[in-house]
Design a binder for this molecule. Structure first.
Ligand code: ADP
Ligand code: MG
Length: 592
């Protein structure tokens, strides 16, 4: 006897289970199905997303429905149109061998008359979103006065979305002696209120801990300076070439912005938020499902309906305000028995929030480092190698082979490999070779170019001996950098060198203008001035170019300034249009 049979399911469903390839029941299925099949009882079932709740209520519901009667007997309420359609599809799959059983989806944003027509033809099971359901009840287009079963799926989400009143009203049209089955990932107060108010001594089953994330999800956090959030996000993506992820932002604006930046930088990304039309959202979800989008940037509300298996990473671009929300976010990965990672990008001031999330979800986070450019290059290189190893050979190339052979004749296999990788990989490598360390870990971070007020302090190798005082140097910089006087501050002129500040946003511009700048034939050198305690940072080192300026060099040294330091800023990380990356990404994903 197979394990589903042992639960007491009938042949029609067992056959469908077999077709779907389910081998063993999930924990919530194992616990809920026998109870629901054998008892007429209310139930509260708490289990994470992705644990198979749909079948946990769907199988027994189908068993209990009389498919010979056309009366509506079961009502499933679910928070979003997406979920509503998903549940409907699942139920249709489960019941494909049950003749005469009709399941109809009712949700907003589609023709109400069409839906009413389908109901009229006979729907033993209705799957609905609360708003549209309420609407149809008011217009007398549905009759739920005889239902025997009401399922509240993702009850916590429905309450989060403010459907309490609708649920209340809908339930008032249902018989008192029906059974109510409540399924939820978390158990906030509001859900227990519903359970008390609408249910009759429900059986309670819990899979895992209440409010705990799925056990297949590991949790990681990364500490960066706030202004490096985006660069950090890209590193995380680049260090995981096969990433298939949902990225959560707090606001629609951030969501849109991050998605636009990613798209601009050549990633397969898209935004999902409430300002998009239903049609646009459907398109985005469609592309996400079939993997044309690797990085879906979403708001919490818009992501509620996302029920896509195989999401490898959830990235919290910002932490949510509510810890419950974190549980929902991380539940988008680690589904259907697969493992997943939930990553959180935090600034130092937010680290303590991680501790409170840990306490509530009863899981510990691992503090990880944003990968260095070198690590990313390595990962990408091996990924490329394994892609090549796995590639299917396209025999259309065969005809050109003789002439290609001719061109490459003189090279050994080893040389060819090196050359091939150089072509495919150099752009990536160039992009990251000088990447700086983005980790803002611990308290000993010292030496940041940030002067604490959001401005950057620079060293420049001209001073009094070149005829400058602070006013003339400021004028000179204003002109060369094309900046307003307000953007330049703290101009300090010493004998053979000087310092000045600009706001951090101009950093890239300042460094690039002075990248190759000559004054009266002499190279003018500008670099970010480092405070004390700059040791201990990884990577990112770039050798200073020789400034070639004869005696001038010695003088500066004698003033105690040590020019050996690394230039901390790396323009690649902020300019980031990095042609290399962009094209590499596109090419790779075009193959999918
Ligand atoms: P939940 O409602 O708890 O978030 P779902 O019911 O949507 O989870 O199920 C998540 C995925 O797992 C779906 O793709 C579903 O088809 C699959 N699934 C459900 N039960 C099983 C099972 N027993 N074996 C394998 N896959 C399953
Ligand atoms: Mg579900």
């Amino acid at each position: 006897m197979n394990k589903f049979e042992a639960l007491g399911l009938g042949d029609e469903i067992l056959k469908a289970v077999n077709d779907m390839g389910f081998e063993t029941p999930s924990e919530v299925q194992e616990k809920a199905i026998p109870i629901l099949l054998n008892e007429d009882t209310d139930i509260v079932a708490l289990a994470q997303t992705g644990t198979g709740k749909t079948a946990a209520f769907g199988f027994p519901l189908i068993e209990k429905i009389d498919s010979k009667s056309r009366i509506t007997q079961g009502l499933i309420l679910s928070p979003t149109r997406e979920l509503c359609l998903q549940i409907t599809n699942e139920l249709k799959n489960y019941s494909k061998y049950v003749s005469g059983l009709h399941t109809v989806a009712i949700y907003g944003g589609a023709s109400i008359t069409d839906q009413a027509k389908q109901i009229k033809r006979g729907a033993q099971i209705i799957v609905a979103t609360p708003g549209r359901m309420q609407d149809m009840i008011n217009r007398k287009l549905v009759d739920i006065s005889n239902i025997g079963y009401c399922v509240l799926d993702e009850a916590d989400e429905m309450l989060n979305m403010g459907f309490y009143e609708d649920i209340n009203a809908i339930l008032s049209h249902t018989p008192k002696d029906k059974n109510t089955w409540l399924f939820s990932a978390t158990m906030p107060k509001e859900v227990s209120t519903i359970a008390k108010r609408f249910m009759n001594t429900p059986v309670e089953i819990t899979v895992g801990h209440k409010n705990t994330g799925s056990k297949n999800v590991s949790h990681e956090y990364y500490i960066v300076n706030s202004r490096d959030r985006y660069a950090a996000l890209k590193r995380l993506a680049d260090a995981n070439p096969d990433i298939f992820s949902v990225i959560f932002c707090r606001t629609k604006r951030d969501t849109q912005k991050v998605a636009e930046n990613l798209i601009g930088d050549g990633y397969n990304a898209a935004a999902l938020h409430g300002d998009l039309s239903q049609n646009q959202r459907d398109l985005v979800m469609k592309s996400f499902r079939n993997r044309q989008i690797q990085m879906l940037v979403a708001t919490d509300v818009a992501a509620r309906g996302i029920d896509v298996d195989d999401v490898t990473h959830v990235i919290n671009y910002q932490l949510p305000d509510e810890i419950e929300t974190y549980t929902h976010r991380s539940g988008r990965t680690g589904r259907a028995g697969k493992s997943g990672v939930s990553m959180v990008i935090v600034s130092k001031s937010e680290v303590r929030k991680i501790k409170s999330v840990e306490r509530i979800i009863k899981k510990s986070f691992e503090k990880k480092e944003i990968p260095s450019g070198e690590e990313i290059c390595q990962v990408q290189l091996f990924h490329l190698a394994s892609d090549i190893g796995k590639a299917e050979i396209n025999h259309e190339i065969d005809t050109y082979l003789p002439s290609i052979n001719e061109v490459l004749e003189e090279f050994s296999k080893e040389e060819l490999i090196k050359k091939f990788f150089s072509v495919e990989f150099s752009r990536f490598h160039n992009y990251y070779k000088n990447a700086r360390d983005l980790n803002a870990s611990g308290g000993e971070r010292g030496g940041d170019s940030d002067s604490g007020d959001g401005s950057t302090r620079y060293f420049i190798n001209v001073g009094e001996k070149d005829g400058f005082d602070w006013m003339t140097l400021k004028d000179f910089l204003k002109e060369v950098l094309e900046l307003g006087g307000d953007s330049l501050s703290r101009v300090d002129v010493k004998e053979s060198f000087s310092f000045f500040n600009t706001s951090a946003e101009h950093q890239e511009r300042v460094l690039s203008i002075f990248e190759d700048f000559k004054m009266e034939g002499r190279k003018v050198n500008v670099e970010i001035s480092k405070g004390s305690g700059s040791g201990g940072r990884r990577g990112g080192g770039r050798r200073r170019r020789d400034n070639g300026g004869g005696g001038f060099k010695g003088k500066r040294r004698s003033d105690g300034f040590k020019p050996k330091g690394k230039r901390r800023f790396d323009k690649n990380d902020s300019k980031d249009s990095g042609g290399g990356l962009r094209r590499d990404r596109r090419k790779r994903s075009d193959r999918r």
